[in-house]
Ligand binder design. Structure first.
Ligand SMILES: [Zn+2]
Length: 209
């Protein structure tokens, strides 16, 4: 893997792909400003990610407003079952997707989004999240770790414990009820139904108000 420090200036200087079509204006809102009981564990703001170095200078989670409001409704519904949402990643500026791609060897590119296409995270319409237990405040155990590149990460994986699968399926059921679709290789990744309506964004967290 190439060092992120070398790739950052190149990624910041690069330009996102030009997209054709009509898009809604971006309206990125911070999830915790809509509901402070949504908890954050933003791995790309720490060394605890697959590149081993922070990519975000701030541990924050933004989504386009309708998607963010849908996440808040999921948070409320889950509270009745004793759980809350713990968010690992939401809106991701395009230059970060470019760093992921450039840092990853070509034979591992299937695991990262192609910056020529952009990612649904770049559109502010994807979220990576898990559950925390309202009583203990701790993240629950799922069938795999977050960002684990194995079959255990598939939402259809039949291994692990019954309780792990119950919690994974509980998260999925509540997210689907609010218009999200789970990614077939990652139980934690959900796309909001309107993702095609929003263009790729490259604004840094620091510049969102
Ligand atoms: Zn994701």
């Amino acid at each position: 893997m190439r060092p992120v420090a070398d790739l950052l200036p190149l990624a910041l200087a690069a330009t996102p792909p030009v997209e054709q079509g009509e898009f809604r204006p971006a309206d990125l809102v911070e999830l915790t400003s809509l509901d402070p009981s949504i908890r954050l564990d933003i791995r790309y703001a720490t060394t605890g990610n697959f590149l081993g170095t922070p990519l975000y200078s701030q541990a924050r989670a933004f989504m386009q407003r309708p998607a963010a409001q849908a996440v808040v409704r999921v948070q409320h519904a889950l509270a009745g079952e004793g759980y809350g949402l713990l968010v690992h990643d939401a809106y991701r500026p395009w230059y970060v997707t470019k760093i992921f791609w450039d840092a990853t060897p070509a034979d591992k590119h299937e695991f990262v989004a192609d910056p020529a296409e952009g990612s649904r995270h770049n559109r502010g319409c994807a979220v990576d999240l898990t559950l925390y237990d309202l009583k203990t405040g701790r993240a629950v155990e799922m069938p795999s770790l977050y960002d684990e590149m194995s079959a255990r990460a598939y939402p259809t994986y039949t291994g692990g414990t019954a309780e792990q699968r119950r919690l994974r399926d509980l998260l999925r059921r509540h997210m689907e009820a609010e218009g999200f679709t789970v990614y077939e290789f990652e139980w934690w990744h959900f796309d909001y139904r309107d993702w095609k309506s929003y263009a790729i964004q490259n604004v840094r967290f620091e510049s969102i108000r």
